[in-house]
Each structure stands twice: as C-alpha cells, then as structure tokens.
Design a protein around this ligand. Structure first.
Ligand code: CRA
Length: 807
C-alpha cells in the first residue's frame, strides 16, 4: 500500500466530512472532525480485517474467542492512529486543516464498557493478540450506557448516565446480515419419533442479536482483529398479533424486555446482584457468540466434529460460563452429536480465567431463575452436574468434597465449578493468586485434576500505557535502549539498568517527570478546577473503591500527618499531594462513605493555612481510562496497599511502575512479582503477608487491642468520630474498624498494618529527599517492567492454554 501522508489524510478527511455530514472542512465542528477521523481509520482497518479473515480461513488457523462481559476500551482515535503508524501524520493533517489535534483527541468519549481491571485487561489483551498476529475475536455486549459518570456533589458521589455512543459509535460497524436469534423462556417438549429422541424448545421469546463490530489494529502488522459487540433488538417493533387483539401493553412489554438487555453495564465490580436481567445479558451474548462461531466453522469445515481443533473460548471470569451448556446444546440438539462427543469437544474448547477469591464475587445463580428463563440450558446443566458429581464421588468418596465441588447444590448453580468441570484449563492472574486457587479456593478440584491449573500473571499494553501516553519517557528509552525495539520486545527495557549510575540520564528522567507533573497540574486545573503544587510528591491511589483495597488506610495515614502538623505548625516537611480517584458501586454504602470521608478530609486540609505548600489532598472526579492516561505519567508514588491475599493481581500497579512511579505496597497480587524483580531496595514494602493474614484471622484478630495500645492510631481513628470542618461524623466507619457493626471489626486488617504503613510512607519521604537515589530507583522500576507487558501474558496464553502460534 502506498504510504499514507498527512496530505492523503487531509483529502480523506475532507471527503468524509462532505459525504457523511454534508459539511466542508471550514464548516465542520470538532465533533464532526473527530468522527471523520474515526471513519477514515476505520476504513483502513476494515480492508485489513477482510484480508486477515481470508488468510485465517485459507490457512485453517485455530481461532481464539475472548469472551468477556466487559471491555474497557477507553479512547481509540490516538491508539488506532498509533498502531497504524499514522499518529504524526494525523496530527499534522488536523493542524493543516485548522484544527487542534489535542482538542480532537480530548473530545472522544471513553468507551467505558467495563468496571475496572478485568475489563481493561480484556482491552489490553485485544491489542496484544492482534499485534502478535493471533486470529482472535473479542465478544461482549454493545451497552448503550457504559459505566456511570461520577460527579462529586457536596463531597458525595452522584451517578450520571454515560451516553458514550453519541460520538463513540463512529467506531462501530453494524453487521445486520450476521444477526443471530436468542431464545428465552418457553417450555421444552420431548418425544420419540423415527427411533430418535427429540427435544423441542417452544413458546419462547426471541431476541435478535445484531453484531456491531469494532476493528482492532495491531502494531506494525496488517493483522486486524475484531471486537464483536452484540446489540439486542426485538424481532418486530411491537408484536402486531397481540397488538390487534388489543393487548397493547403485552406487546410493548416483550419489545421492551428484548431491548433492555443491551441497555446498561452492571456497575458492580465485585459483587453479584443475582438479577434476572444480568442472567439474560450473560446468556444473550454467550448464545449469540456460540451460534455465530459455530456457523462460521460449519461454513469452512462442513462439520462441527473438529470444532475444538479450530476454536478456543477463553472465558474472562465466570460471567460467560453459560458457553459450556450452550455449546453442548448446540452440538447435541442442532448438530445431532452424542453427549460424549459433545462433552469431549466442549471440554477441549473452553478455558477459564479466575479473577477474584472474594466470596461475594463468586457467581451463584438461583436455579429457578435459570429454569424459568433458560429451560433447555437448565436441562443440560442438570446432566453436566450429575455426571460431574458422580466423577467426584468415584474419585474422593467424601461427601464434603462432593458438596464443595458440586455444580448444582442447595438450589443454586455455581458458575466457577461449572467452568472447572467444563473447561480444559483454569488460571489465576498472578503467582500468589494462582497458588491460592490451588491451595484454597479450588483445592479439591486441583487434587482431582491438577493438570488443568495454571498461572498467567496479568500484563498491560505497554504501547498505550507507556509509549503513547508518556512521549518524554518514550524518547529517553529510544535513546538508551535500542530505538523502538522495546515496542515489540518489551524486555529490551532492561537495558536501562545499565544507566543506574549515569547522572545525566537520571537528571533527564527527573525532568521528564517534572514536565509530566506540570502537564497534569494544567489538565487538573482545566478539567477538575483544582490547583496542584508540582513541587509536592504526587502520591496516588486510583482504582475502584473497595474496602479490601484500603483507601481508608491511606486516609488514616493522611489524618496522622495532619495531626502532626497541627501539633507543630512550623515543622518543615517535604510537601506531599495525595491524589485519589475511585468510583464506588452505586449500592455499596460503605464505599460511598469512604469517598465522602476523603472529600471531607481534603476540604479540611486544603482550607487550613498550616497545610499550605505542605499537605494537599485531592479527590479526582470521574476516574476513568482517559484520566489515568494523564495522571500515571505524572505520578511519583503508587499506592498498592490491599490486604494481602485479596487483590488477585492488580494492573494499575504495573502501569505506575512502567512510568517510573515507586510503589508503596503489600505483598499482594502481582506486587509479589514486582518485588521479585525489584528487591526490597527498589520499592516500599510493608505489612502482613497473605499467610500471616490467614494465621492472624485464625488465631482471632482483636483490633480493639491495637486501638488501645497505639496512641497515634487511636488519635487518627478518633478523628473519624469528630469529623472535620463540614461537620459530618464518620462514626460508622470508626465502628466498622474498631467495634464492629453487623460484622467482625476491621475485616481487612487496616489497624494491623497501620504502623507498618506509616513507617513505609516515612521511608518513602526520606528517600525522596535524595533525588539521585529516587531517580535511580525509578529507572530500575522502568527497566524491569518489561515482564508486565501484555504481549508476554498473551504469548503465555497462546503457548500453554490456546496452543496457537504467534509472532
Ligand atoms: N477487580 C481483580 O480484583 C485483577 C483484575 C484483572 C479483578 C484484579 O486484581 O487485576 O481482575 N477481579 O485480572 C475481578 O474483576 C471479578 O473479578 C478486578 O478487576
């Protein structure tokens, strides 16, 4: 293909504006221009996608189907231009046409079709699967509303709808000709005829699944994959037969039931609600996906008997677990295979990734909900469950193990056990987490089928999370570590280690950070109306708000710093700015209280003259991918302080490390691997280890004793009761930590780790006083972060789970 210059792009953009908006370049608004850019890039990717599909079919390659209820894509314009190698040309073209490129990029809404880590991981893996030239498709729902927008009003979170499609739909290509039908409700009729057992599903309601495809460009390859987002539509505007009978409401109800399926992303990060709409979402996207994959397979091979040789479904947590009974249903009812043939194919096509050990997040569906909404799937589940239970009994002869491993038990369907039974592989997302799965959560399943259990430590798209968002650092790396080699070979970053004693390099590194801090301060002033002090340490905790992540521990430490300053207002100290960003699930009351507390604390500190140029606390509103992209390059301290054993991996931790922030953290999730690479000397580790947490809990943990014994801790905790200048008391949070309220006190051991945390923060501040030392540590962090590239993680999935080749 001829090289694309800024001139070519100018021409293409002008044509798009004319054809799609009837507008000249001069008349076009920024929004129209943003859409025109998306459409021009989409055209290029569409051509490549067709070529890729033809190649996959011709070479009969095995395909990966990455199924996830969440893909937290964020913005795509800059990313696609980057991967297509067109970012400089696009910038130039926009400027030449009289637009500000930065404004156009900023205008794009985030596609927030995910809650947090799990959804962002799926997005990073799409990039790597494509760059590694793996034939892969992502599957999810085309939610009309993504994760809510957060407003902070009087210190509290308010949720607003996220209408991302207004502009974001420019990336979507509807393919109505590939619509699938999904059936809900009704009844099953079984009969014998012609010597066969027939199963007929009747009186069901149909929902149409219409694919809206988003193209995924790889880096330095023509290979192009797709993210297929299913939109839900009713087969007819209103059911005319009912309508004519005067049953107007019934007709519109069925219509509404269909279209509500793709309305909104569930905003719970780690809590299952057990709502029937959520179950419908799960089956809707699973059934549409399985049918469409099987249809294409049949077109190519004329049989489903080799399905498992050519396809693998990776299920991102248990949300798509119904892929197992759905594939069984299709192979048996539609393709006429025997149970055993179908089971062999299914158990060689599905692989399961677990993302959490928190019991409130382990999916269990009430059986009557499945019976009512998915009667045929229910029958298949019962058969799978019975056979699995027999296998377990024959292996262990132990009724407690039978109960523990059961798929259907006590009126509930346990989705994790279903995935273990019906899958060929089970993996956790960090070494520690995968170990806990084997030793604890799934120990009996591991005892029976140890070969299924694996680990794949998470990774991030380093082209986005370093090269694209931190151009200053990207330049330094190119200068020192072999040009752009690291973009495809992230371990090339390790060459930076050679410059640990090079004063000039360390100086450059600190100048890059300083510039990024100033740029972020500028951004924060424009978008959040806060004035940040770039001379202060930027100490950052951004992630979903959850008690186990312990934002409250961070707040308690800040309260202590503030109290010390009150005791000695003249005290000279290294200025510190604490930045928080977090969304709370709308129904998670404690999380919302913690957000309120942080805002009350910020209000107090930022209004107290003794804190001026010393202490600052900022709660950033509406934390999301595009805000993270601005903030992470400017961050100096990364707070990764979860209770050990609770954070499966974390991926924010990797993004900060890669951008040279130093970690204050516990030995949890992938922090353990970070520590293996960095040693004690390059991070600020503190707190109980996972096994110590378990021991302490087993022994009987008494936070009241710590409260009584440690005056500094007691004073910080008492401040929760008193509150701050806004007059709000946080006695409820105090009770949760000290006395317990409807639960054991301090479930996440904040008090147990408090003193160690304060000490780690102190070490951090002392180190900061020695810039050469700090910059050297920062350099080592960047140098050793190559292991956390998603390319490495995806290659491990490809080699050990999917058994597909890659670049
Ligand atoms: N919240 C884990 O908690 C992990 C990501 C991606 C999570 C994180 O520690 O990094 O998954 N788990 O593996 C989850 O969503 C349902 O479980 C997360 O995003």
């Amino acid at each position: 293909m001829a090289t694309v210059t800024s001139k070519t792009l100018e021409g293409a953009l002008g044509a798009k504006l004319r054809l799609n908006f009837g507008s000249t370049v001069e008349e076009a608004t920024d929004a129209q221009m943003m859409k025109a850019c998306a459409l021009v890039l989409r055209d290029m990717m569409a051509i490549r996608e067709v070529e890729t599909k033809q190649m996959v079919r011709r070479e009969e390659k095995r395909q990966v189907h990455y199924m996830s209820l969440e893909f937290l894509m964020g913005r795509s314009l800059m990313k696609n231009a980057y991967n297509l190698g067109l970012l400089p040309q696009l910038r130039q073209a926009l400027e030449n046409l009289g637009f500000r490129a930065a404004d156009i990029f900023e205008l794009e809404p985030d596609a927030a079709l995910g809650n947090g880590g799990l959804g962002r991981l799926a997005a990073c893996y799409l990039d790597s699967m494509t760059t590694l030239e793996i034939p892969a498709t992502g599957y999810s729902i085309c939610y009309e509303l993504g994760l809510f927008r957060q407003k902070i009003i009087e210190g509290q979170q308010v949720e607003l709808p996220d209408n991302w499609k207004d502009l974001g739909d420019a990336w979507l290509m509807p393919k109505p000709q590939e619509t699938e039908e999904v059936h809900f409700g009704g009844n099953i009729r079984e009969f014998w005829a012609d010597g066969y057992h027939h199963v007929v599903h009747e009186n069901y309601q149909t929902v149409l699944a219409i694919p809206c495809d988003m193209e995924i460009a790889g880096y330095e390859t023509r290979h192009t994959n797709t993210l297929r987002l299913w939109d839900a539509k009713s087969p007819s505007p209103v059911d005319m037969s009912l309508f004519s009978q005067g049953e107007y409401l019934k007709a519109t109800e069925a219509h509404a039931m269909a279209e509500v399926i793709a309305k909104v992303l569930y905003p719970e990060d780690k809590h299952i609600e057990g709502k029937s709409l959520r179950l419908k979402q799960q089956y809707f996207f699973v059934s549409a996906t399985v049918q469409s994959v099987a249809r294409r397979h049949l077109e190519t091979y004329g049989t489903l008997k080799n399905f498992h040789e050519k396809n693998v479904f990776q299920v991102n947590d248990t949300h798509p677990a119904l892929v197992i009974p759905e594939l069984m249903r299709l192979l048996i009812d539609d393709a006429g295979l025997s149970w055993d043939e179908a089971w062999y194919i299914t158990t060689h096509s599905v692989a399961y990734t677990n993302h959490t050990v928190l019991s409130e997040a382990l999916e269990r569906w009430p059986q009557d909900l499945i019976q009512r909404n998915l009667p045929r799937i229910w029958q298949v589940l019962v058969e799978i469950s019975n056979r699995w239970q027999k296998k377990v009994e024959d292996f262990y002869h132990d009724s407690t193990k039978t109960e523990d491993m059961a798929i259907i038990w006590g009126g509930q369907v346990r989705m994790a056990n279903l995935c273990i039974a019906g899958g060929m592989a089970v993996n956790g997302v960090s070494g520690l987490h995968s170990g806990i799965l084997k030793k604890d959560l799934f120990r009996n399943a591991y005892g029976m089928e140890p070969w299924k259990f694996q680990n794949v430590t998470n990774g991030i798209d380093h082209r986005r999370w370093l090269s694209e968002i931190n151009p200053g650092l990207d330049r330094l790396i190119r200068d020192l570590a072999g040009g752009d080699e690291y973009l495809l070979h992230p371990t090339a970053l390790s060459r930076l280690d050679d410059y640990a004693d090079d004063a000039e390099v360390l100086q450059r590194l600190s100048e890059i950070k300083r510039k990024n801090k100033e740029a972020f301060a500028d951004y924060a002033r424009r978008t959040q109306d806060v004035v940040l002090n770039p001379d202060a340490i930027f100490d950052v905790q951004v992630k979903r708000l959850h008690e186990y992540k312990r934002q409250l521990l961070n707040a308690l430490h800040i309260i202590t710093l503030y109290q010390q300053l009150q005791d000695d207002p003249g005290r000279s100290m290294q200025p510190q700015t604490f930045l928080f960003g977090a969304k709370a699930a709308p129904g998670y009351a404690v999380a919302k209280r913690i957000i309120h507390l942080i805002n009350s604390l910020a209000d107090q500190i930022n209004h107290d003259p003794i804190c001026k140029d010393k202490l600052q606390v900022v709660f950033l509103e509406n934390y999301r991918v595009s805000l993270a992209e601005q903030l992470i390059p400017a961050s100096e301290v990364s707070q990764q302080i979860s209770t050990a054993g609770k954070e499966a991996s974390g991926t924010g931790n990797m993004k900060f490390m890669m951008n040279g922030a130093l970690t204050v953290g516990t030995l949890d999730g992938a922090n353990v691997e970070m520590h293996d690479l960095l040693g004690d000397e390059n991070m600020f580790l503190f707190g109980l280890h996972a096994d110590e947490v378990a021991e302490l809990k087993a022994r009987g943990y008494l936070p009241q004793r710590l409260y009584a014994r440690d005056p500094i801790l007691r004073r910080a905790l008492d401040q929760l009761k008193t509150g701050f200048r806004d007059g709000v008391s946080y006695e409820d949070l105090f009770a949760r930590l000290v006395t317990g309220s409807n639960c054991a006190a301090d479930e996440y051991l904040l008090l147990a780790d408090f003193a160690a945390y304060c000490a780690a923060e102190k070490r951090m501040v002392e180190t900061y006083a020695n810039p050469a030392e700090w910059n050297r540590m920062s350099l080592h962090n960047i140098a050793r972060s190559g292991m956390f590239a998603a390319d490495r993680a995806v290659a491990e999935y490809a080699d050990h789970i999917w058994h597909v080749g890659h670049r």
